[in-house]
Design a protein around this ligand. Sequence first.
Ligand SMILES: [Ca+2]
Ligand SMILES: [Ca+2]
Length: 151
Amino acid sequence: MNESNIITLFVVQIVSICSAIRTNEGAYTKIGSKYYYIEMEKKLMWSTALEKCQILGGHLAHLESEKELAAISEHLDQGKWYWVDITDVKSEGEYVSSTTNRQASFFRWMDGDPNNKNNNEHCVHLIYYKSKFFMNDLACDSTISYICEMD
Ligand SMILES: [Ca+2]
Ligand SMILES: [Ca+2]
């Protein structure tokens, strides 16, 4: 790598750090008993959101109770969809938490879901429906908002 490439790389990193600071990216907030970062602007595929949360020192949100879902719901934009840490990409119908690598323990599915539409819905997100947020399985390459959680 020559000197100008190194300088370019350096500048790119500085710019991305400044952008992160400006947008408060990765600023975790205590909601209920946990710390979350809710991405309001960027939309990513599930796997990219998973990596992004790791880069930001956490993991995709691991919801464990109705109480946690209700608490985080207060902070979400009802017009947006948000990835959480559940996927059945390895084995259809077996919903695993990517945080624990074990079967997920808490679900609040929307009526009629999970429906694995077109045999291609393996990642779980939150969606506002009528009066509250529910879970739905969605194609993993959909680009939507996401919620990170830090332990
Ligand atoms: Ca599925
Ligand atoms: Ca679905």
